[in-house]
Design a protein around this ligand. Structure first.
Ligand code: FE2
Length: 334
């Protein structure tokens, strides 16, 4: 879908979508380029790694690190989803700062496999992705023959329902980086190469506020994906789709959600019921792929301010009168 940098420079990232309907057989895959954070949208992934097995459901995410051997079979027959791939860095939990010891993604909720080995002295293929190109080698035994291991360089999975959302209990919309599940450092101290954030069902209680994200610029490039439910964008932001907001570009809500939020009574309310949204943020600028740019499924009529009316024009007469009374000149266009 989009990306930045290069595995050869050992810094950067790529965001992919995947769709598959066939099991891997006597094949294993190795990503020599970087770590994969896999976000299933539809279909379970039965992942066998050198270090054991992981069954990953939609609503969970899994991380499989660089240079590990793994294969995937599909209990549901097919699967779709997103992948965030990072070069030269690894995912880690945030330093929680003033939040303290727990909140957001808690370490106890991450699960990793235990050793699982097979005896299979038949022919296998191992497919390596190196510099974005695929290479194959053959071997006369299964790669999944690791009897025991110790260490912490191990794949893991996490159920997004365990995420503890934090937010404002008084006023204002909080920056969505507050919903970061995992982060990966860039080479610049204090700047993330990638943040993986989760936006799910939660209570919204802020008062004296425009509750949705107001019109803003942020340094991060934001890529938004949907696992299930409705995020409230007008149009067809459906599970499997991705939306890019480029870094420093202004954005906000469209007319429907904007007007609704302007007029709503600010009671405590449960929002995003049954919705799971992921936000893939990066400090880098992103270049779109040919597929993302030219796909016939691309929606070209999207824009943050689409359909918004200039509400202040309703007060044109009063504005002109006030300007005149203040001794100001004419306002161009009014
Ligand atoms: Fe933003």
């Amino acid at each position: 879908y989009d990306g930045n940098g290069s595995p050869m420079l050992v810094e950067g990232l790529a965001i992919h979508t995947y769709a598959c309907n066939s099991d891997m057989d006597k094949e294993a895959f190795v990503n020599s380029d970087g770590d994969f954070l896999i976000i299933p949208v539809k279909g379970q992934l039965d992942i066998q790694t050198e270090l054991g097995r992981l069954l990953v459901f939609p609503g969970e995410i899994t991380v499989v690190q660089r240079e590990l051997k793994w294969k995937v079979t599909l209990p549901d027959g097919s699967a779709t989803g997103y992948i965030q791939e990072i070069f030269g860095s690894h995912y880690e939990l945030l330093n929680l700062g003033v939040v303290g010891s727990h909140g957001l993604a808690n370490p106890r909720d991450f699960e990793h496999p235990v050793a699982h080995f097979e005896v299979d002295q038949t022919n296998w293929e191992v497919i390596y992705k190196l510099g974005g190109k695929l290479f194959t080698c053959k071997q006369d035994h299964t790669p999944f023959d690791v009897v025991a291991w110790h260490g912490n360089y191990v794949p893991y999975k996490y159920n997004l329902d365990f995420f503890i959302s934090l937010g404002s209990l008084t006023r204002e919309h909080i920056d969505p980086s507050i919903w970061t599940v995992l982060t990966a450092r860039s080479m610049t101290p204090g700047v993330a190469l990638a943040d993986f954030a989760f936006i799910g069902e939660r209570w919204d209680v802020a008062e004296q506020s425009f509750r949705p994200p107001f019109f803003h610029r942020n340094t991060a490039s934001e890529v938004l994906g949907l696992i299930k439910g409705e995020f409230g964008f007008t149009g067809d932001f459906v599970p499997g789709a991705l939306v890019l907001e480029s870094g420093f570009g202004p954005h906000g809500r469209e007319d429907g959600p904007y007007n609704a939020a302007q007029d709503m009574e600010l009671k405590p309310m449960k929002i995003l019921k049954g919705t799971q949204t992921v936000l893939l943020e990066t400090s880098m600028m992103m270049t779109l792929t040919e597929h993302a740019t030219n796909s016939n499924r691309r929606q070209s009529n999207k824009g943050g301010a689409r359909g918004l009316e200039a509400k202040f024009l309703k007060y044109k007469d009063q504005i002109l009168a006030d300007a005149k009374a203040a001794g100001l000149g004419l306002i161009p266009g009014l």
